[in-house]
Ligand binder design. Structure first.
Ligand code: FAD
Length: 124
């Protein structure tokens, strides 16, 4: 089990993924990142509790964090407060996560993941 608090890169999946972490895991693997989740996904049993980020989970100190489909609730944001560069992807441009990140991407997370994976695989 990876110690998420030591990971340099983390890809976080929120409830916006609907619990479908296939592309999240593929992207994380391609960039050598660990995977984390928000509490609802841990509650659903999608990932073990050790992968939950936030006040009742792990606090990250990663240099780079990608947050896909998380609203940015204070209990979650606490867990990424000490990170370096934070990139957030959310379809809701008013989502609070956009006040707590360095790069805001207003888009469907699955479209963004597919594009990133294609690029990382050399356009294939
Ligand atoms: C005492 C207490 C402790 C807690 N501790 C924690 C904790 O440690 N960690 C934690 O995470 N939470 C914790 N919570 C829960 C927290 O308050 C939030 O409910 C939780 O973080 C919300 O998770 P979420 O952002 O994944 O889900 P949501 O708030 O439901 O957000 C989902 C987001 O996904 C977006 N979205 C939907 N579909 C797409 C799509 N296709 N593409 C892009 N974006 C999309 C939506 O616009 C929305 O912003 C705690 C709560 C309490 C009361």
């Amino acid at each position: 089990m990876p110690d998420l608090s030591r990971a340099e890169k983390v890809v976080v999946a929120g409830l916006g993924t609907g619990g479908d972490l296939e592309l999240i895991k593929e992207f994380a693997s391609l960039i050598g990142a660990a995977v984390g989740v928000t509490r609802p996904l841990a509650d659903m049993g999608i990932m073990p509790r050790d992968y939950q980020i936030g006040t009742t989970g792990v606090s990250l100190r990663a240099k780079t964090v990608f947050v896909f489909g998380a609203s940015g609730a204070p209990h979650f944001v606490y867990g990424i407060r000490d990170c370096g560069t934070i990139v957030a992807v959310n379809t809701d441009r008013e989502a609070p996560i956009f006040e707590n990140c360095d790069y805001c991407v207003v888009a469907d997370l699955f479209d963004v993941l597919k594009a990133l994976i294609k690029e990382l695989r050399g356009g294939k």
